[in-house]
Write a protein that binds this ligand. Structure first.
Ligand code: ATP
Length: 443
């Protein structure tokens, strides 16, 4: 949906170029849609929100909301923030310290012409919607961070904005408070009985959980440009940018698509080590002779879910979700392809478009990676020589990060496997992944 310039767009349409921030983006948000904007520091997320809110004026571009033009540089239009029909909820609740909670929420309706009684009534309704009625008579100084942010959300919604901008709204909250705020946001973003036009929202976040739980679509910004966009599930399961791959917890290699010789190597008759790997319940097993650390198994015996025989059709192939569980990704046919990256060939299963000779990605989960201390000879796997750069605990599993000439890669192992292999930062080892665990697709 990005990239089009729709004059009568029913939702939000933004195009913005700011030379001194090296920003050049276009986004479209449908009515009722929640768009999450993600990206590394300095990517331009806040600048984009500031353009939409009218806090900065771009060198070129437009901001249109429904049938209203808020910014149109070519026509010299730039409405001030308070005339845009937009509310911004930021990290800091920024409540007026001298007003009660109720008066803070009533302030917006009052300043838009509502009589005091009506404004107080709107405030009470929104305080009820965010479970904060009991706080109505307090002053902001007597609120916890989570309570203050709930009140700030009520204040943002009390002016009935057509667009809600959310700038890292959970990032200043304690970890035990953030989930409740997320649930609340989900409720108010989705459940708006009686509103004539569904409200849209743009959410800037560093937290993938926010995007997964609140957004319909993701836009990834990198260096002031849109690196990729799409429905949340698509971007998380088939990322095309390094940033999206990282937040989805997947390994990503970029290269050029090439035809795979059939059958792919991992369809060779199983070797002893394959048989070990395919048996359930052997996640911690280490094959000492070859120095193989079996990967952490998130689901038992998943190898059985994929048809390995050449020419046969796989109904569904297992695919890791961002949360570390697994989702089923449909595979129309067991088509194989390969991606060439700096002279290395990575075989995998084709998902969606794949055109040999054009840009392609090879993606796999760290949980699908096996680690060898010696190069596996005659292995049916894709093999990468890596230098270990980091070993970290990920809630009971160990994430081993390796620097390969082609990319940074990660492997998830059990603590026992890491200990038995004697892995340490600086060690040179081999990461291996079967072609049936790799997805290849066009970029
Ligand atoms: N007030 C400003 N004046 C000039 N340049 C700015 C200003 N604010 C930000 N920039 C620059 O604009 C670019 C985009 O910054 P922006 O704050 O929009 O990124 P971001 O993705 O929101 O980053 P973060 O995640 O760190 O908040 C950066 O190069 C930044 O240095």
């Amino acid at each position: 949906m990005t990239g089009t310039d729709a004059p009568q767009h029913a939702g939000l349409s933004v195009a913005a170029r700011i030379a001194d921030r090296d920003l050049d983006v276009r986004i479209e948000v449908a009515p009722g849609e929640v768009l999450a904007v993600l990206g590394p520091n300095g990517a331009g997320k806040s600048s984009l929100l500031q353009v939409i809110a009218g806090l900065i004026v771009p060198d070129e571009g437009h901001v249109r909301l429904g049938d209203r033009t808020l910014t149109e540089i070519a026509k010299g239009i730039a409405l001030p923030p308070h005339r845009r029909g937009i509310s911004l909820l930021a990290q800091d609740p920024l409540l007026f310290p001298h007003l009660s909670v109720r008066d803070n929420v009533a302030f917006g309706p009052r300043s838009r012409g509502a009589r005091n009684r009506a404004a107080q009534s709107i405030a009470t309704d929104w305080l009820a919607a965010v479970d904060a009625v009991t706080l109505a008579d307090r002053h902001p100084g007597a609120l916890s961070g989570g309570q203050a942010q709930r009140v700030a959300l009520a204040r943002a919604l009390a002016v009935d904005p057509d667009l809600l901008l959310l700038d890292e709204p959970m990032s200043a909250l304690d970890v035990d408070v953030a989930p409740a705020m997320r649930t609340l946001l989900r409720r108010v973003l989705r459940d708006e009985p009686g509103r004539a036009h569904p409200r849209c929202a743009v959410l800037v976040t560093h937290d993938i959980i926010d995007a997964i739980t609140l957004a319909d679509r993701i836009v990834v910004l990198e260096a002031g440009r849109i690196a990729e966009s799409g429905p949340v599930t698509d971007v998380m399961s088939h990322p095309r940018s390094p940033f999206a791959a990282r937040i989805a917890g997947l390994n990503l290699l970029h290269g050029t698509g090439i035809e795979a010789a059939a059958p792919v190597p991992s369809e060779s008759p199983p070797r002893p080590s394959d048989q070990v790997e395919h048996r359930p319940g052997l996640a911690d097993q280490v094959e000492h002779a070859g120095g193989l650390a079996e990967r952490v198994e998130h689901a038992p015996d998943r190898a059985g879910q994929v048809e390995h025989a050449p020419g046969r059709r796989a109904e569904r192939a297992p695919w890791p979700s961002a949360a570390g569980g697994r989702v089923d990704a449909p595979v129309a046919a067991q088509a194989f392809g390969a991606v060439r990256i700096d002279g290395l060939r990575v075989d995998g299963c084709v998902v969606g478009d794949f055109v040999p000779g054009t840009d392609a990605a090879a993606v796999f989960s760290p949980a699908a990676v096996s680690v060898f201390t010696e190069r596996p000879v005659g292995s049916p796997r894709n093999v990468f020589a890596v230098e270990i750069v980091d070993i970290t605990d990920h809630g009971g599993i160990v994430r081993v990060r390796g620097d390969a000439p082609q990319a940074d890669l990660s492997a998830d192992l059990t603590p026992a496997a890491v200990a038995q292999l004697g892995l340490a930062v600086g060690a040179e080892v081999f990461f291996a992944v079967k072609a049936t665990e790799v997805r290849v697709y066009a970029c």
